[in-house]
Ligand binder design. Structure first.
Ligand code: 3PG
Ligand code: MG
Length: 399
């Protein structure tokens, strides 16, 4: 695999050149206030942006935020992100009111060397996510016209066959940014020859979302620890009743097959925190995993499970973790996620936290980020990488 990187581009000299950077600035926003609740993804792209600024490039940043439907939608504006990015860079960030229109063109034209612009949400344009090659291509043409070179630093979006990820690099000299390079380096250690025992912890709500990665990982991992909403479908497959817990009835048989295929590898909760309702103040108790009352739903793994998972993690040499163990956003159901996260930090192992919710959980729970080997910015992207899928954004950089 030969991918040119940011150093190659900097080596050519970028002073005065317009460098279009695809970033993943898809940060979580507070539903009420619209404030950025976790700026981890903005911080993650700073090394690439700072290097370009210092080298005198005209830096044109683009990103998606949320999933608007191909037209402008104020609740998904990147404007607040421009403000935060400016604070972190300690320099003004010029914000374009559109992505490829008059505002974008004039904002880019007015940039001085070493200045930064952020374009409005890519997904305000139908062409960005279109399945039609011509429609995507037409948008990619407009976007590519705003740069002289292209840097992909949007690791969280490399699994998307979108115009800014897949089609723009075909139109401009292209390189991988520092973040994309680091993410791929780290994840390739897990798909290569990980030091053993190699333990994977999976959580999150749906088995169906994680099925492909479970299938891919099962032959290679030593232990697979399962918590989060998805554990109830596995518990059901073991023959337990799960009350009103999250359940994917149509996946029960699949879960049974997975457990039969790798006897002893998959470890499930032995106790869970079961509540009357999905609410922060719901009445709740810790109950055995085979004794969930019929009117209650499991919202976290229990302390005995945490201890069991921690014992396995303490022996591990390589750990990958994706997905919270419970509803960590509610204090009453955060202990499972906290306990597992702490066990990972204590292990004498190379540990990778896979993206999205788990990365946000690490920061929301006030855990020390530096005690993990790597915190990925990509949830879906890191899972698809581990599945061994071809990632459109990486493939586009290869040629
Ligand atoms: C993410 O949050 O997973 C990435 O930013 C990709 O977003 P998407 O799942 O909406 O494509
Ligand atoms: Mg996602």
């Amino acid at each position: 695999m030969s991918i040119r990187d940011l150093d190659d581009l900097l080596g050519e000299g970028v002073s005065g050149r317009r460098v279009l950077v695809r970033a993943d600035l898809n940060v979580p926003l507070d539903k009420q206030t619209g404030d950025i609740t976790d700026d981890g993804r903005i911080r993650a792209v700073l090394p690439t942006l700072s290097a370009l600024v210092q080298a005198g490039a005209k830096v044109v940043v683009c990103s998606h935020l949320g999933r608007p439907k191909g037209a402008p939608d104020p609740q998904f504006s990147l404007r607040p992100v421009a403000g935060r990015l400016g604070e972190l860079l300690d320099a003004p960030v010029h914000f374009a009111e559109d992505t490829v229109g008059d505002s974008a063109r004039s904002t880019v034209a007015e940039l001085a060397d070493g200045q930064v612009a952020l374009l409005e949400n890519l997904r305000f344009n139908k062409g960005e996510t279109s399945k039609d090659d011509a429609e995507r291509g037409a948008f990619a043409d407009q976007l590519a016209a705003l740069g002289d070179a292209y840097v992909d630093d949007a690791f969280g979006a490399v699994h998307r066959k979108h115009a800014s990820v897949h089609d723009v690099p075909a139109r401009l000299p292209h390189v991988a940014g520092r973040l994309v390079l680091r993410e791929v380096e780290v994840l390739s250690k897990l798909t290569g020859a990980p030091e053993r025992p190699y333990v994977v912890v999976l959580g999150g709500s749906k088995v169906s979302d994680k099925l492909a990665v479970i299938e891919a990982l099962l032959p290679t991992v030593d232990r697979l620890l399962i918590g989060g909403g998805m554990c109830f479908t596995f518990l059901k497959a073991q023959g337990h009743e799960v009350g009103t817990s999250l359940l994917e009835e149509e996946m029960v048989e699949t879960c049974r097959n997975l457990m039969e295929r790798a006897p002893g590898k998959i470890m499930l909760p032995v106790d869970v925190v079961a509540a009357d309702a999905f609410a922060p103040d719901a009445a709740h108790d810790t109950v055995p995993a085979d004794g969930i009352p019929s009117h209650r739903l499991g919202l976290d793994i229990g302390p005995e499970t945490v201890a069991g998972f921690a014992a396995v993690l303490s022996q591990a040499k390589t750990i990958f973790w994706n997905g919270p163990m419970g509803v960590f956003e509610m204090a009453a159901f955060a202990d499972g996620t906290r306990g597992v996260a702490e066990a990972i930090t204590k292990a004498d192992a190379f540990s990778v936290v896979g993206g999205g919710d788990s990365a946000a959980a690490v920061r929301a729970l006030g855990l020390d980020e530096s005690s993990f080997g790597h915190i990925s910015t990509g949830g879906g992207a890191s899972l698809e990488y581990l599945e061994g899928k071809t990632l459109p954004g990486i493939a586009a950089l290869e040629n």
